[in-house]
Design a binder for this molecule. Structure first.
Ligand code: M6R
Length: 605
């Protein structure tokens, strides 16, 4: 949450910062601001509520030359959406931007006698004030003194008024990546802001401080010793972070799914079997397990629920899925015979990271399924299986979900093969069915216009219900989340057989029910439940396989997916559910990619 960027070098800093903030805006869009050294080396600060476009407008008539500055796009935590609370924050000699939460800001306010001296309600300004009181002309010394006083998460980019041309940065939990390029030195919350300038970068480790000048970036540990950063290469290009003719990132990312699946699955197939040798994941982690715990948030957690439904019956050991924010405060029964699978697109979600740390502290083996290379979760887990979706910019997760599923299906197959729950032939067959989902997803993408037409029946309704049984129920959860978050239609997912225990009271004339019935074994049961809502006036949109026989009158509209094995229907169904949410948001005229109150990477509790 919050996007931050710093630049120092020969280019026009204001332009670099504003362009970078536009790339980072998906991380938060309540307010935006920049600070820079003007041509006379004095500090200038421009900030405003609203989106980066507002900031750009404010800056458009500024002609002074600047070569060093920092910029911030905010997702409000402490203090409302006001210009005072927008970053950068200035206190004495210090000007900084912050992503994260300083949990002990109140105590620091008391300890440093800051009452009445602050202009904002933010924890970030408190950090600026404390840093200023530590500052006696030596930036590194001051930052080193500040760090032990802070509790919470932070990524700071800091400028000191008497050190023009220099930017300092330090972080705990919240991400920062940096690059020295021919065009100067850059640092940002994520790679999307660096990609126009470089393909080489490094992840700033925790307990390190970097100093950026136009000519180099120096990294130091907390004792002041110089340290070498570990340089990494970006494996996607700028196109991946652009809309490329699509009206929204979300639609582009939905369309990218078949390709993302190929990139995630194909390099991991050897002689028809899943193979994690290149990922350096040894087969020992699949063996001698008493249970599997899957921990994640939001869409990633929904992918985990699908995986449980596939894995548990196959492996015949308990597979428990937990919401990370709950797991971290429970007293989970885990030990060294537990495999904890952590799923996260960003690799930075704070609750998921805390869950990983808890699992490790209890001796569990940990495997992270992560999209962002070098992210904290990826670096801290014992093993990592990267998904290769490329950058996901829309707040609503789409391609990350399907590649997380693909990775989980690969894991499931390898685990079953190694433990002899599947023979070699059965495993090869499993993988071949997994590959069949790619054309099945393409087929649903081709039906986008049909799906758009269906959405007309939804957009004017305040509520919608997603129902299904078994695996179909787990898909419903994701369908409801997607619709809620971008169309603001209240949506609920319900196990179809459970409706009559209460929720069916909400079904009245024309209430939309998206009924998912792709599981042959329980198809008849689901259809009976659909009849129950239909009898009470629901407007039923049925999602079923092409070959399913459905009596007339059961559904008002039907969307058919290709006839693939029951275990794999989540992939084409996901496309349908994503397109329903997308078109609902579009038809309501909402901000599809940046829905209200949300941000892409949830680095606060
Ligand atoms: O980066 P992560 O996968 O850890 O993020 C988890 C959730 O915040 C994320 O999936 C969220 O639910 C999406 N907005 C859903 O579309």
């Amino acid at each position: 949450m919050c996007g931050i960027i710093g630049y120092t070098g020969p280019l026009a800093a204001r332009k670099v910062l504003i362009e970078g903030l536009s790339q980072l805006e998906y991380r938060g869009y309540d307010s935006a601001g920049i600070a820079y050294f003007g041509s006379d080396s004095s500090m200038k600060i421009v900030k405003t509520i609203g989106k980066v476009a507002n900031l750009k407008e404010l800056c458009k008539d500024k002609n002074d030359v600047s070569h060093c500055g920092i910029g911030h796009t905010r997702w409000a935590t402490h203090g409302g959406v006001t210009t005072e609370n927008a970053h950068p924050h200035e206190f004495g000699n210090v000007v900084l931007i912050h992503n994260g939460i300083i949990e002990n800001y109140h105590q620091l306010t008391i300890d440093f006698h800051l009452e009445g001296k602050l202009v904002s309600q933010t924890d970030s300004e408190v950090a600026a004030a404390v840093l200023d009181s530590m500052y006696h002309g030596n930036p590194m010394e001051a930052i080193r003194s500040l760090v032990p006083l802070l509790e919470g998460s932070y990524a700071f980019c800091i400028m000191f008024k008497d050190h023009p041309g220099e930017i300092y940065a330090v972080r705990n939990v919240s991400p920062l990546v940096a690059a020295y390029t021919h065009s100067g030195s850059l640092i940002a919350s994520d790679l999307t802001a660096l990609i126009p300038y470089t393909r080489s970068y490094f992840v700033l480790p925790e307990e390190r401080i970097v100093k950026l000048t136009a000519y180099k970036i120096c990294m130091y540990d907390m004792e002041g010793n110089s340290r070498e950063p570990e340089i990494m290469e970006v494996n996607w290009n700028m196109d991946a972070a652009m809309k490329n003719g699509f009206p929204h990132f979300m639609l582009k990312e939905i369309y990218e799914q078949p390709e993302a699946l190929k990139n995630t699955i194909l390099p991991r197939i050897s002689r028809g079997l899943p193979d994690f040798e290149a990922d350096q994941i040894p087969d020992a982690i699949w063996q001698d397990l008493s249970q599997i715990r899957i921990v994640a948030c939001g869409t990633a957690m929904h992918a985990g629920m699908v995986a449980k439904a596939i894995m548990e019956p196959l492996m015949k050991i308990p597979v428990i899925v937990s919401i990370a924010s709950e797991f971290r405060y429970e007293d989970p029964l885990i030990d060294n015979k537990t495999l904890v699978i952590i799923i996260s697109q960003s690799g930075e979600t704070i609750d998921t990271l805390a869950a990983l740390r808890l699992a490790k502290s209890r001796g569990a083996k940990t495997l992270a399924i992560v999209n962002v290379k070098g992210s904290t979760i990826a670096r801290e887990s014992d093993y990592v299986l990267y998904t290769h979706a490329g950058p996901e910019i829309a707040v609503a997760s789409t391609k990350a979900y399907s590649v997380q599923l693909a990775a989980l299906y690969l894991v499931c197959c390898r685990m079953a093969y190694i433990n002899k729950a599947l023979t070699e032939e059965e495993s090869i067959n499993f993988i071949s069915q997994l590959l069949d989902v790619i054309p099945a997803m393409e087929a649903m993408i081709h039906q986008a216009d049909t799906i758009k037409a269906v959405v007309n029946h939804l957009v004017n309704q305040p509520d919608a219900f997603f129902i299904g049984r078994g695996l179909d129920y787990t898909f419903s959860l994701e369908g409801a989340l997607k619709l809620k978050e971008i169309s603001y239609i209240h949506a609920e997912a319900y196990a179809a057989g459970e409706l009559k225990h209460g929720t069916i009271a909400l079904i009245a004339e024309n209430v939309p029910v998206i009924a998912i019935a792709t599981q042959d074994k329980i198809f008849g049961k689901t259809i009976s439940n659909i009849r129950e809502v239909k009898a009470r006036g629901a407007f039923v949109i049925l999602l079923a396989k092409e070959n399913a026989t459905v009596d007339q009158g059961v559904a008002d509209i039907q969307i058919r997916i290709p006839n693939i094995n029951d275990h794999f229907t989540v992939f084409p169904i996901a496309v349908v559910l994503q397109l329903i949410a997308y078109y609902a948001s579009l038809l309501k005229g909402l901000d599809v990619d940046q829905p209200r109150n949300l941000a892409k990477s949830v680095t606060v509790e």
